[in-house]
Design a protein around this ligand. Structure first.
Ligand SMILES: Nc1ncnc2c1ncn2[C@@H]1O[C@H](COP(=O)(O)OP(=O)(O)OP(=O)(O)O)[C@@H](O)[C@H]1O
Ligand SMILES: [Mg+2]
Length: 1118
């Protein structure tokens, strides 16, 4: 709503209305959430939304209470700060509903084991339990909270470990009386209706109309409430918080006793003396309370008075009149109920008490109180309820309007004050001691009454008039007085004010309850009775005042969040919009001023240290430690993130960020950094596991030739990459052998044929997949439109069941003879024969459940191809000692049918691969042995290091010359990096005093210009300000700016413009990746440089889009 073109109450109302009628109940004024009660279930509270809002920035999704809950939760875990949310609004505006959504969201997104689950269960179940005992139907709200509640959830490392509920002033007068069209607390109806009939009989419970405390206005039903179903829920909740069956029975016993007490009627027996009209009415409550019937009667109709005669004290039983007896009876009922309610809160707190002590516990508080209310007759309770609401409005004003503006002044930020109504004056009228406010006058009147209630209220009325009339927010009227609250004028009827304020639970009644044979009841009254004590008991007014002030104090210690609930109508119907009513709320909630301050002010402020802590990860100078002043750290981050100087201001202790977009940008960059580091960690693990896998493969491969065949020096520790042709980039070749088949092995090989006059070799692509072994050759098209062009054709396919066995020599040569059943055999020279055979054995085993027989011999008989001269005949190959590592092949003598292959001795046939020492990247790592130096002048017999990228021409070289990577065409650089960068990237240069300079720069626009056009801070070493990275941040910011989020919901996430601002480098030498986190670069290739590390291992993104390390000395800056 801060984006409204006109800031007028009517425009705000119109905006809310449009959204409401389109089923959007939430909107924001900056971080304040506005929620309009829809009076119908909305569809956006599912798991989908929970996923959507988890970890998302505020602007990414439509406004929602989940977004606010998520912000609280994340702020708490990231900033290590306690959080609280103040939910305010009038009765029926939807506070309790919203509070429950917050609890359920937190419960779903916070992890944890058994303890956390237990805490979550108790917190969630405390809602139906306390609502059953503390909520009731009023004319304003069918489920009105008649008590205030502050729920604190304690978290350790983001997991709930405990909780605490503080409750405020239960409207206990509702136990004995209600206004027309209202009910008592839900629990009475639930017990009367939902309880199994035998149990009901045991407790003498029956239909509500039987009980005087419930039948006053004959209101029993509530729209949308099912007392029977709710009864079951209450019992489940009791069980969850750990109330055993016996305790549950005791609770029913007390509730039933209260109802039966209400049925005791008194009559006058001459001389103004009250007697119980029918003795039978005493029996059942006495039985339920487990006290003597006579005692109960006595305490109801008389009270003990102590009189002093000198040093003597005399006790007298003074009889009561009917009205006094009724007051005593009701006091007993109300007192019992209030103590039972406190007991339930206590038990709930015990059930979620932290099991173990921990220092790192943080809390997240949710405040849901009874809303501001105006009834036809407003008594002492309404006065207290409205006072608490007044206090909450004050907190809101203090923190969002007043404090915010004062802070700007304090921090030296330029500011034009915005006017607003400060309700502090109303709070003073109620709670001030000097000059005495309403509560002080009330306490004074009560203390001077000395047990006599008659005339007290009238006395109060005149005393109030005397003391408060000067306050413009006070007004005298016929029944009492009126207060001009922030939310409207309320007329209070003084009748009963004094008695309710005194709130004394008569000592006689305490003694009566302490005489109960039921331990449970007795324990509710642990009071020490001291009749001679002169100490004045604390009054209800004083209690709520101190509770409210304590609450304010604890809220002030947390980072506050606000939800302002709005009630769209009094009909409780969906889509019913009463414009005038809403306009009133908008006005008194001060939404207009809220928007004004928001628009003129700064969206975000943070003490320097906290800002630095949160965004340190954005630059390597600040992560993980910044050695300069926190101010300079903040500036460095802002500069690196390319936040323009006019988008933020530095105060004395805090940084102020103007628009939320800048904050979103910082947040996104932060997430990206985390993501980046997470990937590095992931990669390190991946590499670790890959190595394990490669090693296992190598071991298995070595096993079949162990003690049977000599090994080539380079092949022993080579990793297996399977595809050495790059079939991914050759769809036509792949389609020849089966597109969907996984390529198990592919390499360019030599096919050998003995020809009439010597030997003939032909190049073939050997591809092994699940269907068989394919040999693909290239032939010239003889006719058709492609005549003369080379086309790939499958020259041979050997299905697995056709393969009889495989022959290998005992020497280090690459010859493999595939013997085929009823056909000729293929004599091939396969450079990676060990890998080929081991993969072949595995695939054949998987596909046709058969072992491939491998024969090792230096004299191998084979059948040659029938289509050639001398074909179909048995021929022989001999393997013998030669002078070179490369095979020398000869065919001595014509038609003799013999091939001779000579090769030098290789590694002994007992050689095994060695497992490399594996370390994670987090440590500085020495470049692998097959490192750069060896690439420049590769040893003979070295295999390709990134075989996937080997071209066929290179491949032929593999076969002929063994080394794969050609030496660079230029001389090798002198400096070769030896170490890889570690995760902790640190620079040695540090700025000194940036703050003073920024301040200077902010003081005049011309100076800003000058700074922008020339060197920003002339006297400093400014290297760290020239952030090589930061393009992404700039992009984000621009895109966010360009697509400023709409105020309405359903806004798409702004798309990020892909502007490449990274420096470019050109490769001077070819480099083949040696490891999974490196990239290939080829000579002349220009690509993005991401990071230059002093170790010499730089990070970049090559033209294939792969990101990884490469040697910095192999490139030059473009
Ligand atoms: N988000 C919502 N979705 C559907 N119905 C809602 C929602 N919020 C409130 N309601 C309806 O409005 C009723 C009143 O809401 P709620 O009890 O939360 O008001 P409240 O502000 O807590 O009032 P009080 O101050 O009297 O306790 C609920 O019982 C429910 O029927
Ligand atoms: Mg409520």
């Amino acid at each position: 709503m801060t984006l409204l073109s006109e800031i007028k109450d009517s425009a705000i109302v119109e905006n809310l209305k449009k959204r409401f009628l389109n089923d959007w109940i939430f909107t924001y004024i900056g971080p304040v959430l506005i929620s309009v009660n829809p009076f119908k279930p909305m569809k956006y509270f599912t798991h989908k939304e929970i996923d959507l809002y988890q970890g998302a920035a505020q602007y990414e999704n439509p406004p929602h209470v989940y977004a606010l809950a998520d912000t609280m939760y994340r702020n708490m875990t990231i900033d290590n700060e306690n959080q609280c949310v103040i939910i305010s609004g009038e009765s029926g505006a939807g506070k309790t509903f919203v509070a429950k959504y917050i609890m359920s969201y937190l419960s779903q997104v916070s992890g944890g084991g058994q303890t956390a689950q237990q805490v979550k269960d108790v917190i969630l179940q405390s809602n139906p339990l306390l609502e059953a005992f503390g909520n009731a139907k009023t004319v304003r709200n069918n489920n009105s909270s008649r008590f205030g509640k502050y729920v604190e959830i304690l978290f350790d490392s983001g997991q709930p470990v405990g909780g605490k509920i503080s409750n405020f002033l239960l409207e206990k007068s509702r136990v004995v009386t209600q206004n027309p069209n209202e009910r008592g607390f839900h629990i009475f109806y639930q017990f009367c209706r939902g309880m199994p009939s035998e149990m009901r009989e045991d407790f003498g419970l029956t239909d509500p109309d039987y009980f005087n405390y419930l039948n006053l206005h004959q209101c029993y039903e509530v729209d949308g409430t099912d007392d029977v179903a709710d009864y079951a829920e209450t019992i489940t909740a009791m069980t969850t918080i750990g109330l055993i069956e016996e305790e549950q029975g005791n609770i029913v016993q007390i509730v039933a006793a209260i109802l039966h007490l209400g049925n005791i009627i008194f009559t006058e027996e001459g001389n103004d003396k009250a007697i119980v009209e029918n003795q039978e009415w005493l029996a059942f409550p006495a039985f339920l309370l487990q006290v003597e019937k006579a005692q109960l009667e006595k305490k109801l109709i008389s009270r003990v008075m102590e009189t002093r005669w000198g040093s003597k004290t005399e006790r007298l039983d003074v009889t009561s009149n009917v009205q006094q007896a009724e007051t005593t009876r009701d006091a007993l009922a109300k007192g019992l109920y209030a103590r039972l309610f406190d007991y339930l809160v206590k038990k709930t707190n015990e059930a979620m008490k932290m099991k173990t002590k921990s220092n790192g516990v943080l809390n997240l508080g949710i405040l849901d109180i009874y809303g501001f209310e105006i009834f036809q007759k407003n008594g002492f309770e309404q006065f207290c309820i409205n006072f608490v609401n007044e206090k909450l409005q004050q907190i809101f004003i203090e923190l969002t309007l007043k404090a915010e503006q004062e802070e700007y002044v304090q921090e030296g930020i330029q500011w034009t004050p915005i006017e607003y109504f400060n309700n502090a004056i109303v709070c003073q009228l109620i709670e001030e001691k000097r000059p005495p406010g309403v509560m002080a006058v009330l306490d004074d009147v009560c203390s001077s009454q000395h047990g006599v209630n008659e005339g007290a209220d009238t006395n109060l009325k005149s005393k109030l008039m005397e003391n408060c009339r000067k306050n413009q927010h006070f007004q005298d009227n016929a029944q009492g007085f009126a207060i001009h609250h922030y939310a409207g004028v309320v007329s209070y009827n003084v009748e009963g004010f004094c008695e309710r304020n005194k709130d004394v639970f008569n000592v006689d009644l305490i003694e009566l309850m302490q005489s109960s044979r039921c331990l449970f009841i007795k324990n509710l009254f642990p009071d020490v009775v001291d009749r001679s004590s002169k100490k004045r008991p604390i009054t209800a007014g004083a209690k709520i005042k101190s509770q409210a002030n304590d609450l304010v104090k604890s809220l002030m210690l947390c980072t506050p969040h606000y939800i302002r609930c709005i009630k769209p109508n009094e009909t409780k119907k969906p889509l019913d919009w009463e414009g005038v009513r809403v306009a009133h709320q908008v006005e008194y909630l001060g939404l207009k001023e809220n928007i004004r301050v928001r628009r003129a002010g700064f969206a975000y402020r943070r003490p320097f240290e906290k800002f630095l802590h949160r965004y340190a990860i954005l630059t390597k100078d600040t992560w993980n430690k910044w050695s300069g002043s926190p101010q300079n750290g903040v500036l460095h981050i802002m500069k690196s993130a390319k936040i323009r100087q006019d988008e933020f201001q530095m105060g004395q202790t805090k940084v102020f960020v103007k628009a939320p977009e800048s904050l979103f940008l910082l947040e996104e960059s932060r997430e990206k950094q985390f993501d980046h580091f997470a990937r590095i960690i992931q990669k390190a693990f991946q590499r670790y596991f890959n190595r394990q896998k490669f090693f296992r493969e190598k071991e298995q491969a070595a096993e079949f030739s162990y003690k049977k065949k000599q090994r080539r020096a380079h092949s022993l520790n080579r990793n297996f990459f399977a595809d050495y042709i790059g079939l991914e980039d050759k769809p036509s070749l792949k389609s020849l052998v089966g597109k969907r088949e996984k390529v198990e092995f592919a390499q360019t090989v030599n096919r050998y044929d003995k020809k009439l006059k010597g030997i003939k070799t032909a190049k073939r692509d050997l591809i092994l997949n699940g269907r068989g072994i394919f040999l693909v050759g290239r032939e010239l098209e003889k006719k058709g439109p492609n005549k003369g062009q080379e086309v790939e054709t499958v020259s041979r396919m050997i299905a697995f069941d056709q393969l009889s066995h495989v022959s290998l020599s005992t020497r280090q040569d690459d010859f493999v003879i595939l013997h085929v059943v009823n056909s000729y055999d293929s004599v091939l020279q396969i450079p990676f024969k060990t890998e080929f055979i081991s993969v072949l054995r595995r695939v054949v085993q998987n596909r046709v459940q058969r072992d491939v027989r491998v024969v090792f011999a230096d004299r191998v008989e084979f059948t040659s191809d029938k289509s050639r001269i001398g074909s179909g005949k048995k021929r022989l190959i001999f393997f013998e000692n030669g002078s070179s590592n490369q095979e020398q092949v000869s065919a001595p003598g014509l038609l003799k049918g013999e091939l001779r292959v000579a090769v030098k001795d290789g590694l002994p046939n007992t050689s095994k691969p060695i497992q490399a020492v594996i370390r994670l990247r987090a440590q500085v790592r020495v470049a692998p042995k097959m490192g750069l130096q060896s690439l420049v002048t590769p040893p003979t017999g070295q295999q390709p290091t990134n075989p996937r990228r080997v071209t066929p021409s290179q491949q032929s070289q593999v076969i002929r010359d063994a080394p794969v990577v050609p030496p660079p065409s230029h001389p090798a650089p002198a400096f070769q990096p030896r170490f890889r960068p570690s995760v902790k990237l640190q620079s040695t240069e540090r700025p000194t005093d940036l703050l003073a300079q920024l301040k200077r720069s902010q003081s005049s626009a011309s100076q800003i210009k000058r700074q922008e056009s020339s060197k920003p801070f002339p006297d400093q070493n400014m290297n760290y300000l020239q952030t090589p990275e930061g393009g992404q941040a700039l992009r984000l910011r621009d895109s966010i700016k360009g697509q400023r989020p709409l105020p309405a919901g359903g806004r798409p996430k702004p798309k990020l413009k892909q502007i490449n601002a990274r420096p470019k480098v050109r490769a001077l030498y070819e480099y083949k990746a040696q490891d999974v986190d490196e990239i290939d670069i080829s000579i002349g290739e220009e690509f993005d440089l991401v990071e230059e590390d002093e170790s010499g291992w730089w990070r970049g993104i090559n033209n294939m889009g792969q990101e990884g390390f490469f040697p910095g000395t192999y490139v030059t800056r473009v």
